[in-house]
Design a protein around this ligand. Sequence first.
Ligand SMILES: Cc1cc2nc3c(=O)[nH]c(=O)nc-3n(C[C@H](O)[C@H](O)[C@H](O)COP(=O)(O)OP(=O)(O)OC[C@H]3O[C@@H](n4cnc5c(N)ncnc54)[C@H](O)[C@@H]3O)c2cc1C
Length: 290
Amino acid sequence: MFKLPRKVIDFLPKSLPTRKVPSHSRRFFYTIDEFPSNAALVPGVFTTFTLSKVTPVNSTSSIFRFALPPTHCLGLNVSSCIVAKLPDQLSGGTFIARPYTPISDEKTLGYFELLIKRYPNGPLSEYFHGLLPGEMVEFQGPFPKFSYKPNEFSKLGMIAGGTGITPMYQLLRKIFQNSEDKTQVSLIFANKREEDILLREEILFMCQEKSSQFKVHFAISENSLGEKTRIDKRTLEEYMPSPALGDARIFICGPPEMVAYIAGEETKISKEVGGLLKSLGYSGDSVYRL
Ligand SMILES: Cc1cc2nc3c(=O)[nH]c(=O)nc-3n(C[C@H](O)[C@H](O)[C@H](O)COP(=O)(O)OP(=O)(O)OC[C@H]3O[C@@H](n4cnc5c(N)ncnc54)[C@H](O)[C@@H]3O)c2cc1C
């Protein structure tokens, strides 16, 4: 996954260490002007944050709130994620880290929130779900995925599976907070069962508020008899912007098997597309894996 330096700095919620952003990080991630001066993240190094609250949202997922000093934001721009690391004592010395996209607004001061689903035997998600308020977790970031500019595309299609909704939610909020941004957005959100749908109220609220700009299709893959269906070409044709539109873009994030089936296996050539999207005529340039 990510190759990251192992240096860890201590983070005390009320007194930040002197922030010295390594020059290599500034070059790769942000210009100095873009990176907020009150950011709590220090690019290029792990920073420790204290868990302040856990709010269960369904039987498998909870919102984890981490404390920041009251005057500090996390330091993300859209779209980007952070990486959480399993403590060395739990990982047997192996470096284990996973990316997460905060669901709290980038500008929020004093805390940030992650929505995390528990996977049985998943090292990082099990670790989060075993934490109690007051315990600390090491994070590094931000890791930019895509630099969003308002009105750059006339239409955006989003395909999310399960927790793959979090990067889409970050982007949706950014688009709809800006009344000057007229981008048309359609989202296919795939889940096994209706009760698995995360951020459902928030998404439906956006739909109501932006009814002329935003359309959602909830794709449920398992019926009450346990029979399974997958997103098919017809669903993609119906809800995603046509590949014939030169400036339309598709964003996808979800379980690796779902992403491979719809957009093809991830290869070293970042702009390659496969799966259903390729057979429908989408080019690599128009598909982004968030
Ligand atoms: C850019 C990005 C942002 C992410 N943001 C979040 C988030 O906000 N909240 C969250 O709970 N998870 C998020 N994930 C998934 C997360 O990084 C871990 O994969 C997940 O917590 C499982 O890790 P694990 O170590 O517990 O288990 P692992 O053994 O590593 O994986 C267990 C299962 O997780 C599922 N999984 C892996 N990647 C994804 C993914 N992208 N979307 C959905 N399911 C996946 C697979 O079905 C896999 O079998 C994100 C992934 C990416 C790439």
